[in-house]
Design a protein around this ligand. Sequence first.
Ligand code: MLT
Length: 241
Amino acid sequence: IFHTPELVPTKTDADCAIAVDVLRATSTMVTALGAGAEAVQVFSDLDKLLETSDRWAPEKRIRAGERGGAMVEGFDFGNSPLACTPERVAGRRLFISTTNGTRALQQVESAPIVLAAALINRQAIVQHLLDHQPETVWIVASGWEGSFSLEDTVCAGAIAHSLQAALNCSLDKLAGNDEVIGAVSLYRQWQDSLLDLLHHASHGQRLLRLECHDDLNYCAQTDTSTVVPIQRELGVLVSEK
Ligand code: MLT
């Protein structure tokens, strides 16, 4: 587990990399694909997003831009998963740039398998790992501008905890992996009150100041989606069938 994208080594030697941004980028991506978006294309740079999406017919694209939790002026969406209804996204490509989540995905884009995880699709991600059995898995918690985040670490812990149960693997077997033990312990402590944890988290507090209560309620749910966003080509994620 890497607690921020900044800590990820530039050369990826993982067989599978999982980017996590519970609040809210990966929750939004899972929701958009679940609502029928044909793909999600991620950008760290807003100008590059505009330039690329300009080549698409307006009725086939949605531009989502977020900085500091707020919607970027002139974009169709900010970064609320609740905006991604089938009526608005089905059959369209979501072009998205967010403060941290899309950067985390770009940081690991050279891994052989790249996935996007949130609490809402935790079990689907675990099932993918059990089905494909990659030897080395990196979980990259997006954090906030290089800082640790509670919500992404708890999601990494939720994935590891569920894998541990499925593989019947005791905590002793994880000895020496401080990040995983820490994340699993955090999840065990908060698993029945994840919404409370999101309310305590610094980015949760930022979103509450921006009146995004419903987004927190939505992103705190576990295992409500079976969508596994997987990178099909550089920076482009689709729903795994
Ligand atoms: C990010 O990428 O930092 C987030 O998804 C921010 C947000 O809540 O929109």
